[in-house]
Design a protein around this ligand. Structure first.
Ligand code: AGP
Length: 609
């Protein structure tokens, strides 16, 4: 996610906002820029690359101003270059805007503005937003009112921060889904996308709620809702040190990223669900492609491969669309059978995994349509696929992938519904699935409420010599992901897969001290699973069962039962069960005092074979 910074007060503002950006560098970015009032206009300094480049520009001449805003860009629309870097001007050069998030309907807005004579310097959705706001401001509205009235035109996630040449002592910002935090100082006020960029100047911070607008001057901060009604800010005193603040006060990036999943889910869905409960994925394939696809091949590594297994379950069970999932390393050397009406889907958080990139190039040689489900915008896989859908999970720092996995699975569901919408599938109730999907972010918040129970279980069972992760149908796919988490960060050997396979060999490994985790979210196979649980317990294994909140059939079956919030869509219920599995792996590794964010032998992105 982009870094956002802003200062208004008696000090020289440009060095402060530059320093704020430095404190957000850990989040990852590919360009940076600063805006400040300069006489009767707004000055902007920006460039692609690391902050050092912008620093060199400032070292030559530091503009004098008591107000400034700054941005480090995590590209979402348009390549990482000087032109696409933020801030962006409006058509008249009277305002400068920075933005974090995605304006899903920016192309239609851009077409409308161009028809009225606007010209654009960049490929970004942000510049379009600047033009929309600038046009209202030029008609005489105050900057605050121009921002407020423009919000109704945007569909998607945003954190906007805007300066105007006409109102040099003011910063206006607005938030929907993308984080914005206000810093309340003495005779000065600040804003940022994250707390570490506020702490050196003030510890009184307050996170803006969605759909609010704030006006910052040196004398104070005034907050209103999108209708102009006052909102009472309630600043809290932050006691974190800076290192802790980069982790949002969490002990490790992994647990922070597990807890970011509700926000990530909202960002992954923002602007992609219509008011009549359909899916609107902009800029993917045209109708006839969705109608003619006769097979889907999903390719990925590790966690991305596990997300692919969820995609297979969804496409085959719901859409009756034949789907294969391949490890990238196997696909690229396996001379795969590919029909020219197939679709190859590449899942990758980093977008740089060598085996996945090689597999993509194999498909291109065979002239197979390729679609990327990628997190890092502008990465190799994102650039080279015919089309790409971004997961909007923001920078994932911990080597063990968590929020990227759930975001990948949410994109796969949106892709599945898109295919269903183009193939007239009466059996697929898209509206019902989308209504369920809308609830998912709040359900994750509820699932995270299991944290203390999982932590207790993890502390009791951290000494397990081995762990089984078992399930049936989609629960078997999630079991593989839960097992990988525990392997990766707690270094505990695991056996994972379909529970029905136990008797065909793995049961020989069950003995005293073995932990077995069962995913039981699918009511149609619970009875079968209960007998698998008994098989393990009869041989001294300890059984943890994860089931949905409305199921009491598992009471008394396992040694421990965790209940997750559930809805009408089995796919989403199975996916939800990954949250306690992520927490279990984290707290078992923590009980063993292991280095969680950077586990031994592993790298975040495997860019070599
Ligand atoms: C998952 O926790 C691991 N970090 C690893 O398996 C990872 O999923 C795999 O290397 C694929 O990476 P990618 O999604 O960036 O392509």
């Amino acid at each position: 996610m982009c870094g956002i910074a802003g200062y208004v007060g008696p000090q020289s503002a440009v060095p402060i906002v530059f320093d704020q950006l430095r404190r957000l560098e850990y989040r990852g970015y590919d360009s940076a820029g600063i805006a400040f009032p300069q006489g009767d206009r707004i000055g902007i300094l920006k460039r692609a690359g690391k902050l050092s480049g912008l620093g060199e520009m400032l070292a030559q001449e530091t503009p004098e101003s008591h107000v400034a805003i700054a941005h480090s860009r995590w590209a979402t629309h348009g390549a990482p270059n000087d032109l696409n870097a933020h801030p962006h001007y409006d058509q008249f050069g009277q305002i400068a805007l920075i933005h974090n998030g995605i304006i899903e309907n920016y192309l239609e807005l851009k077409t409308e503005l161009a028809r009225e004579g606007d010209t654009f310097q960049s490929e970004t959705d942000t510049e379009v937003a600047a033009h929309v706001i600038g046009r209202l401001h030029a008609q005489g509205l105050s900057l605050e009112e121009a921002v407020r009235q423009s919000l109704a035109k945007f569909r998607g996630a945003y954190a906007f921060v805007v300066l105007s040449a006409r109102e040099p002592g003011t910063i206006v910002c607005a938030r929907n889904a993308s984080p914005l935090v206000l810093g309340f100082g003495e005779g000065e006020n600040l804003l940022a996308s994250d707390v570490p960029a506020l702490i050196p100047w003030t510890r009184r911070v307050w996170t803006m709620p969605d759909d609010t607008v704030a006006v910052l001057t040196k004398d104070g901060i005034r907050v209103t809702d999108v209708n102009g009604r006052p909102v009472e800010a309630e600043p809290e005193e932050v006691t974190w040190d800076v290192a802790a603040a980069e982790k949002g006060g969490y002990e490790h990036f992994m647990i922070k990223e597990i807890h970011e999943q509700p926000l990530v889910a909202r960002q992954c869905l923002a602007g992609r669900l219509t008011d009549d409960n359909r899916v609107a994925l902009d800029g993917v394939f045209s109708d006839h492609v969705w109608q003619e696809i006769d097979r889907v091949n999903i390719i990925g590594c590790g966690t991305a491969y596990h997300a692919g297994l969820m995609g297979k379950h969804l496409f085959e069970r719901m859409l009756r669309l034949p789907t294969d999932v391949f490890y990238s390393s196997e696909f690229r050397y396996g001379d795969p059978l590919l029909s020219d009406r197939s679709l190859a889907v590449f899942i990758s958080q980093s977008g740089e995994t060598a085996d996945s990139l090689a597999a993509l190039r194999l498909c291109q040689q065979r002239r197979i349509r390729t679609l990327g489900i990628v997190n890092v915008v502008g990465s190799a896989i994102a650039r080279e696929c015919d089309r790409v859908i971004y997961t909007q999970a923001g920078p994932e720092i911990s080597v063990a992938s968590t929020k990227a996995y759930t975001a990948q699975c949410l994109v796969l569901l949106q892709l599945g519904m898109t295919i269903a919408q183009h193939r007239e599938m009466p059996g697929v109730r898209v509206e019902e699935v989308v209504r369920d999907l809308r609830q998912w972010p709040e359900r994750v918040v509820e699932a995270l409420g299991l944290e203390e129970q999982v932590k207790r279980i993890a502390n009791e069972w951290a000494d397990s010599r081995m762990a089984f992760f078992l399930g049936r149908n989609a629960d078997a796919a999630v079991a593989l992901e839960g097992a990988l988490k525990l392997k990766e960060i707690a270094y505990i050997p695991t056996q994972e897969g379909p529970a029905g396979e136990l008797k065909h060999g793995p049961l020989a490994l069950v003995e005293e001290g073995v932990l077995a985790v069962f995913g039981a979210t699918d009511p149609f196979v619970r009875e079968k699973l209960a007998s698998n649980v008994k098989e393990v317990q009869a041989r001294g294994g300890r059984a943890l069962i994860i089931t949905t909140h409305d199921d009491d059939t598992m009471d008394g079956v396992g040694d421990e039962v965790l209940r997750i919030p559930g809805g009408k869509t089995p796919y989403l219920n199975a996916l939800m069960s990954v949250v306690p599995l992520q927490l279990l792996a984290y707290y078992m590794a923590r009980a063993k005092n292991l280095e969680i964010d950077m586990p031994r032998n592993l790298a975040k992105s495997v860019t070599v074979e």
